[in-house]
Design a protein. Structure first.
Length: 105
């Protein structure tokens, strides 16, 4: 359930195109929307890893920062442990179809 909340909070951020299937990259197979969300619990707290694709034209640093903020706000209300880190991996930049035709010319 926490994975679902984290996934929803990630997708709310402007500039996020998708959540990746896994940390090894994208695939054409169907996958659950939380496959790119990994939550690790230990005695000191929680580490949340998310793997995303961002939309072309957005700042990777800004999107990552906003994802971290959103995830911390959403997850901290559900978890009774300290959130030690939210790590954001950008696996892909989504270029819209029209833009890829212009760039590829």
């Amino acid at each position: 359930m926490v994975n679902n909340v984290v996934a929803l909070s990630v997708m709310e951020v402007a500039g996020v195109a998708a959540i990746a299937k896994s940390f090894s990259g994208f695939t054409t197979k169907k996958f659950h929307k939380t496959d790119g969300v990994k939550i690790t619990y230990d005695k000191d707290g929680v580490v949340i890893d998310v793997c995303i694709a961002i939309q072309y034209g957005y700042s990777a640093a800004d999107v990552s920062y906003r994802v971290q903020e959103n995830v911390i706000n959403a997850a901290s209300s559900m978890l009774d442990k300290k959130i030690k880190a939210v790590n954001v991996k950008i696996a892909h930049v989504h270029v819209p179809h029209m833009m890829s035709e212009v760039v590829g010319s």
